[in-house]
Design a protein around this ligand. Sequence first.
Ligand SMILES: C[S@@+](CC[C@H](N)C(=O)[O-])C[C@H]1O[C@@H](n2cnc3c(N)ncnc32)[C@H](O)[C@@H]1O
Length: 113
Amino acid sequence: MKRKFGRDGLSSGVPGASQFLEDESTKIFVRKVADHYSARSNQTLEEREASPIIHLKKLNNWIKSVSIQLYTHQGDSVLDPTCGKIVGDLIKWDKAKVGYYVGIDIAEGSFKL
Ligand SMILES: C[S@@+](CC[C@H](N)C(=O)[O-])C[C@H]1O[C@@H](n2cnc3c(N)ncnc32)[C@H](O)[C@@H]1O
């Protein structure tokens, strides 16, 4: 099988993959997403409870908890892309007794504990 190499020297089976990553409009879009999430401040418990979508947030949180408990096994290694502000979710991963956790996020401040 022939391998294609992008300008960064990495192998890529996807034609035009390196072009996609270097595309200017993609960079602008990704920057906008990062800025949006970076600008979000940590809410107090009272502010969170006052949110008009608090019930949706609680449902989402419950689904995450149940999914982690159902599909994670003790000692698993976890890669959590787009982990967000991980403080709340770290408790869920800890309860599931994962062995190793790596969270990735483009927003600044996602990892402040
Ligand atoms: C809706 S939040 C979800 C956060 C977390 N997974 C949760 O369940 O609470 C989406 C997160 O994805 C991150 N994100 C969006 N695009 C990303 C990318 N290309 N690479 C890494 N993180 C990204 C944002 O910064 C944001 O923190």
